[in-house]
Design a protein around this ligand. Structure first.
Ligand code: FES
Length: 147
């Protein structure tokens, strides 16, 4: 996805932003220039999410985006830093942690700031969704609900 913007008569075109390498820039540019996702425009997988009130949802999340991106489209997940691995308010529990590679040192450090961390805790902004994640089960962690 490239971003084209015109400011003061100057048009600038950027190279495509990778959501994994530049999650904050990707999130900001997406919110400024890209209309809200519709499930019909994107490849997506269906997952099951238990929210903060223990209500179970079946939602569609886009592939090639962080899990956080799909969650905030459907549920009141705070995700304050927009995916920069700088807030821990996108904390989730994975029913099957083996679906993703091990967390980075930055993610482990940030999880130290989260509430109620378990062995299956992850930051959803650091989890890139692929077709292999269809059917996965996620629970939103306490302390991550929007005010
Ligand atoms: S959104 Fe802030 S650490 Fe994930």
């Amino acid at each position: 996805m490239g971003v084209t913007a015109g400011i003061g008569g100057i048009v600038a075109t950027t190279v495509p932003l990778c959501p994994r390498c530049h999650p904050l820039l990707f999130s900001i540019s997406r919110s400024l220039f890209v209309p809200p996702m519709s499930d019909s425009d994107l490849d997506a997988v269906t997952i099951t999410v238990t929210d903060h009130d223990a209500k179970v949802h079946t939602i569609s999340v886009p592939t090639d985006f962080p899990l956080m991106q799909g969650l905030i489209e459907h549920l009141p997940l705070k995700a304050e830093c927009g995916g920069a691995c700088a807030c821990a308010t996108c904390h989730v529990y994975l029913a099957d942690p083996s679906l993703f590679s091990a967390p980075s040192e930055d993610e482990i450090d940030m999880l130290d700031m989260a509430f109620s961390v378990n062995t299956n805790s992850r930051l959803s902004c650091q989890l890139m969704i692929s077709p292999a994640h269809a059917g996965m089960v996620v629970t939103l962690a306490p302390g991550t609900e929007k005010d």
